[in-house]
Design a protein around this ligand. Structure first.
Ligand code: TXA
Ligand code: MG
Length: 318
């Protein structure tokens, strides 16, 4: 395990230290059930500005406001029956909702990039209670703790590699269980549109609210900057749906489709295991050789895995 000077294992003490730093306007990296996030006090415009600067994130790409208590969400957005039902079903958990932003919030203006909608999420993470105990009640803005456009971090070492000393404290809570970012659903006039797939699948969402549709495959202009085609990109080239890699490739395998050299996301063909390993394995394979990726089924978490792989393989904007 990487243990740089600004890294502490998850514990009551490190959470209390993180709460103090956040209250003082500093940035800390925190584990969540999805990926590691770079957290700052959402009420503090300087802290929010430092998040954008540290990640080199374009100012027009809005942040997710994370609440420490589920019910706090009503302070920031206007709820409707659909959003209430989704919150009751999936929070705390890996679902982000994009909802009409209230005008009377104490959020820093730069937290929502000037939009009249706001992305909100209540993560399933143990530091929420610890922060409340330490007298810090949020909310926090928390993008994935990587440089903009790169693969999200799923271990504390990934955060350290990407952001290093730019963060006051990195809390090491081990590898993130889910491994891909939260599902994002935008709700407009009671209609839900899935903007980003994640552990909460379209089928899961439709079980609660049958009218929800997926934005994926839409040819319209993207509404979330995370939907830009090149995102989550390794440095080397990535090619998809290859049962057999070419000579000179490294293979990112799945199930029975794996030819060394490379790594198999899940030798037993399990999508949960594959999502958990995805970003770590892409980082490990990101070298001189091109990465050839085996076909991944589209069911369940497969939609999220294929979405991230498609972006990793897309032509680069840079
Ligand atoms: O799992 C996650 O959601 C992680 C953990 C750390 O919580 N966070 C995360 O944040 O993935 P970030 O900033 O890397 O991705 C948030 C996505 C971006 O694609 C952003 O464009 C989109 O959410 N987003 C934020 N506010 C939005 C809004 N008002 N409308 C549409 N999309 C929005
Ligand atoms: Mg991100």
């Amino acid at each position: 395990m990487n243990s740089s000077f600004n890294m502490m294992p998850a514990s009551a003490q490190s959470y209390a230290r993180a709460a103090g730093l956040l209250r003082g306007g500093d940035l800390v990296a925190l584990p969540t059930e999805t990926v590691y996030g770079l957290a700052g006090d959402a009420r503090n415009a300087d802290a929010v500005a430092r998040i954008y600067a540290t990640k080199n994130r374009p100012a027009h790409n809005p942040l997710i406001v994370h609440v420490l208590r589920v019910n706090d969400v009503a302070d920031f957005v206007t709820l409707c029956p659909v959003s209430r039902a989704l919150i009751a079903a999936f929070w705390p958990g890996p679902l982000t909702l994009v909802l009409p932003k209230r005008m009377d919030t104490n959020l820093a203006d730069n937290a929502s990039a000037g939009l009249d909608t706001l992305a909100v999420r209540c993560p399933n993470a143990p530091w929420r209670d610890a922060f409340l105990d330490a007298g810090f009640d949020g909310p926090i803005v928390m993008p994935s703790a990587n440089k903009s456009g790169r693969i999200s971090p799923t271990t504390a070492a990934h955060v350290s590699d990407d952001l290093g000393a730019a963060v006051s404290l990195i809390i090491d809570g081990g590898p993130c269980p889910v491994g891909v970012e939260s599902t994002i659903v935008q709700i407009t006039d009671g209609r839900g549109l899935m903007l980003r797939p994640g552990l909460v699948s379209l089928t899961d969402l439709q079980r609660v609210e049958p009218s929800i549709r997926s934005h994926l495959g839409d040819t319209e202009k993207p509404t979330a900057p995370g939907q830009l085609k090149s995102h989550y990109a390794p440095k080397t080239s990535v090619r998809l749906n290859l049962i057999t890699p070419d000579k000179g490739d490294v293979h990112l395998g799945f199930g029975a489709h794996f030819t060394a050299p490379g790594l198999n996301l899940s030798p037993r063909g399990d999508l949960t295991e594959a999502a958990h390993n995805l970003f770590d394995y892409l980082r490990q394979l990101d070298g001189d050789a091109p990465i050839a990726v085996a076909p991944i089924p589209m069911n369940g978490l497969g939609a999220a895995i294929n979405d991230r792989l498609k972006r990793a393989s897309a032509e680069r904007d840079e």
